[in-house]
Design a protein around this ligand. Structure first.
Ligand code: NAD
Length: 478
């Protein structure tokens, strides 16, 4: 049985999509596992005037797809309380503080608080400021959880960080990148540690190139309004793709602990090779989806809340390089797009001929499948060699690690309750990645792309292929 944790969760945006689709199911699984039991409470806040009973009903409804144990769900929901709240109204924070204190006493939570920002990013700073000014912070722990996006460029990220820093220390801030909660991404550092051969060949002597693809089959659906302000570069590359690269490319930390891991990651991101505007035009390509070959699907420009002449990219591919001893001259090709033929998040590490010196077949490809399928494979000349997989990467037998179906949010909430920041994004990393992304964005904003430039259900524009062909390489997933 898991060790029980104590806290009051205050979920700002408790009536929203993220809360109902991800957070409540994740908290419920922790309840079923006994990690949350008698000493926790959840306050959901939003503008609507809901009763506790109505709120609890919405919570139970959000769980019904996952479970049919009505009694368990109702017991869980009894820990939920609703507080109607407008982000700008100081009186509402005072009411919130009184409710949280009451629940601290009733559930004996140790006065620990998790403040979860499941609201629009423009409110993050305001809410944090009121938490401080209305005295919600306690003498237990106070952990602030921030959803993406963390800014839309370096400057706005700095402004947001300055605002948050007035109320919370960096140690108290947990910036979510849910890819860091995914099982295969979390397993990569473990696999590297447990397989010294694998770690030894992860460098420019043996790696030809690394490919990270986060592909989605869907279009923007009902999120056109948000997407118009973001685009694939900001939405996927600055955060998720960069963090995945971090896990693959970082040096091995001395110990697998948050401080050591972040120190190593900071160094890696600080060694990102600066881009000139010419390199942006040469090494990064963008696309926007058109209809499919049957003419059935909406082009991006016809989606709800999207401008008819929008130049927002729904696809990006690029070449990222590092100027450090380990990775100098190894291209990290990255790609993310909507309306690709299927949903797939994967990392392909393509080895060169030199691995033959170590008894490994030349041109071996190691693939990590992140989602929807999870696992890894080793390809030699296009053939999947299961037996080689066992030789090179020994899977831990521990069923706790490999056979559970832990969702990313569940795993990240466990980390928050444990005070473990290893799988969260720190400010120094964000600074480096935003600076890098800004150069691309600034150059792109000066040019007029010819959009739309790829059909739905395809692998993106042809330029994404030429990007690799120029280097004598090709996408492994194509
Ligand atoms: P949503 O629109 O479904 O929910 C927003 C919540 O904020 C609602 O509960 C709403 O009542 C509340 N709210 C709005 N205005 C308010 C105000 N003035 N005062 C108080 N409360 C107010 O949004 P969502 O999809 O749940 O997203 C929430 C956050 O999570 C956003 O920052 C989003 O970028 C991030 N996020 C969401 C997802 C997702 O899957 N939905 C994924 C990643 C990140």
């Amino acid at each position: 049985m898991a060790t029980e944790k104590s806290a009051v969760f205050i979920i700002f945006g408790g009536s929203g999509d993220l809360a109902h689709r991800k957070l409540y199911p994740a908290l419920y699984r922790l309840f079923k596992a006994g990690m949350l039991k008698d000493h926790f409470a959840v306050i959901g806040t939003a503008r609507r005037p809901w009763s506790n009973e109505y709120f609890r009903q919405t919570v139970v409804t959000s769980l019904e797809d996952f479970d049919d144990d009505k009694r368990m769900m109702e017991n869980f929901a009894m820990h939920f309380f609703y507080q109607s709240h407008d982000v700008n109204d100081s009186d509402h924070y005072i009411a919130l503080k009184q409710l949280a204190s009451k629940l601290d006493d009733r559930f004996e939570t140790g006065r620990n608080r998790v403040y979860y920002m499941a609201i629009a990013p423009r409110f993050f700073g305001t809410v944090a400021a009121h938490i401080k000014s209305e005295g919600l912070k306690t003498d237990g722990y106070n952990r602030l959880v921030i959803e993406k996006p963390f800014g839309r460029d370096f400057k706005s990220a700095c402004d947001l960080n300055d605002a948050l820093s007035k109320a919370f220390t960096e140690k108290e801030i947990y910036r979510i990148d849910h890819y860091l909660g995914k099982k295969m991404v979390q397993e990569i550092p473990n696999l590297r540690r447990k397989n010294p051969t694998f770690d030894k060949i992860l460098n420019n002597e043996y790696v030809s190139n690394v490919q990270v693809t986060l592909g989605e089959s869907l279009g923007v659906e009902d999120r056109g309004g948000y997407y118009e302000t973001a685009g694939a570069l900001r939405d996927m590359v600055q955060n998720h793709i960069m963090q995945i690269i971090g896990v693959v490319a970082m040096d091995e930390p001395e110990v697998m602990e948050a401080d050591a891991i972040h120190e190593i990651k900071d160094e890696l991101f600080a060694s990102l090779k600066d881009l000139t505007p010419e390199e942006v035009s040469k090494d990064f390509v963008r696309g926007q989806y058109d209809t499919d070959n049957m003419g059935k699907l909406n082009p991006y420009r016809k989606e709800d809340k999207v401008e008819e002449d929008s130049n927002v990219e729904t696809f990006v591919a690029g070449k990222i390089e590092f100027k450090n001893d380990r990775w100098e001259n190894v291209p990290f090709y990255v790609r993310s797009g909507k309306r690709m033929p299927k949903k797939s998040s994967r990392i392909d590490i393509v080895f060169n001929e030199k691995v033959a010196d170590l008894g490994i077949r030349p041109n071996t490809i190691v693939t990590f499948f992140i989602e929807p399928e999870e696992g890894s494979s080793i390809l030699i000349n296009g053939i999947d060699y299961q037996s080689v997989k066992q030789d090179l990467i020994k899977y831990p037998e521990d069923p706790e690690i490999f056979n559970d179906a832990r969702e990313a949010y569940e795993s990240l909430i466990i980390d928050i309750l444990a005070g473990d920041k290893a799988n969260f994004t720190l400010w120094e990393e964000l600074k480096s990645t935003w600076k890098y992304i800004d150069v691309i964005r600034e150059q792109w904003d000066k040019e007029s792309p010819k959009f739309p430039n790829y059909l739905s259900n395809t692998m993106g524009p042809d330029t994404a292929d030429t990007l690799l062909e120029k280097d004598g390489n090709s996408w492994i997933w194509n």
